[in-house]
Write a protein that binds this ligand. Structure first.
Ligand code: PGA
Length: 256
């Protein structure tokens, strides 16, 4: 099954209105129309509107988080309905920085995944093991627990409407990228576990790799059979670096 590659830029808590305007101007000149792969960016909440209004049509826009609630007395949070109303296409759920710094557990992440779908947003479920878990051979167990919690909440069919991003915590922002073999091993594990639930969904769902992905390693990573693109942090913060990754996706998507 041919899965369309996705190059997704997670801007984290970076940027300014000037940054956003310059990036969108660069995207408009540098990104050709009619590409065979998908591109998305994830700015902070307050920059979403600017991105949505300035981005090229072929670029999707998403938020980095959403509330597990519909609305109400939840100071400082933003709901799925609000993101959808604004024109967002996607939303990240369970990024490891939120799991660690904001104590988001598997149950909360699963609820957020459900909220995203409820409001027509495509969730990208971020999963990944810590360095300690990898060293103690807990990688598969940790990653699967994160996915199983979402299946328990929404079922396999709804999980299949989202995207999974495998992001080993030890590779995020460290410059220490997983080798393409390490990435493939976990991606293949995820897909084979999903196949036990539903073979069609397992073959169709996109699984991105994230963690120090850049122009120089994107081709090798994205050419792995179970790697369907990347969630990019640091290398999404300049148009040049991000486009270098997009170019690799473009080469791999030729003739697809
Ligand atoms: P990085 O971040 O590319 O800077 O490692 C990836 C992510 O956190 O999504």
């Amino acid at each position: 099954m041919n899965r369309k590659l996705l190059v997704a830029g997670n801007w984290k808590m970076h940027g300014s209105l000037t940054f956003v305007r310059e990036m969108m101007a660069d995207f408009n000149t540098m990104l050709p129309v009619g590409i065979n792969y998908d591109v998305a960016v994830f700015p902070v909440y307050i920059h979403l509107y600017e991105v949505i209004n300035k981005k090229p049509e072929q670029v999707m826009c998403g938020a980095q988080n959403l509330s597990e609630y519909d609305d109400g007395a939840v100071t400082g949070e933003v709901s799925g309905g609000m993101l959808s109303d604004l024109g967002c296409d996607m939303v990240l759920v369970g990024h490891s920085e939120r799991r660690i710094k904001n104590n988001e557990d598997n149950t909360e992440v699963a609820k957020k995944f459900a909220q995203a779908l409820k409001y027509g947003l495509q969730p990208i479920l971020c999963v990944g093991e810590s360095a300690v878990q990898r060293q103690s051979e807990q990688t598969f167990t940790a990653v699967w627990a994160q996915i199983q919690a979402v299946i328990d909440e929404v079922g396999i069919e709804k999980l299949g409407r989202g995207i999974i991003a495998y992001e080993p915590v030890w590779a995020i922002g460290t410059g220490e990228t997983a080798t393409s073999e390490q990435a493939q091993e976990v991606h293949q594990f995820i897909r084979s576990q999903l196949a036990l639930n539903d073979d069609t969904i397992a073959r169709r769902i996109r699984i991105l790799y994230g963690g120090s992905c850049k122009g120089s390693n994107a081709y090798e990573l994205f050419s792995m059979p179970d790697v369907d693109g990347g969630l990019i942090g640091g290398a999404s913060l300049t148009a040049q670096d991000f486009m270098a990754i997009c170019q690799q996706a473009d080469i791999l998507s030729q003739g697809v």
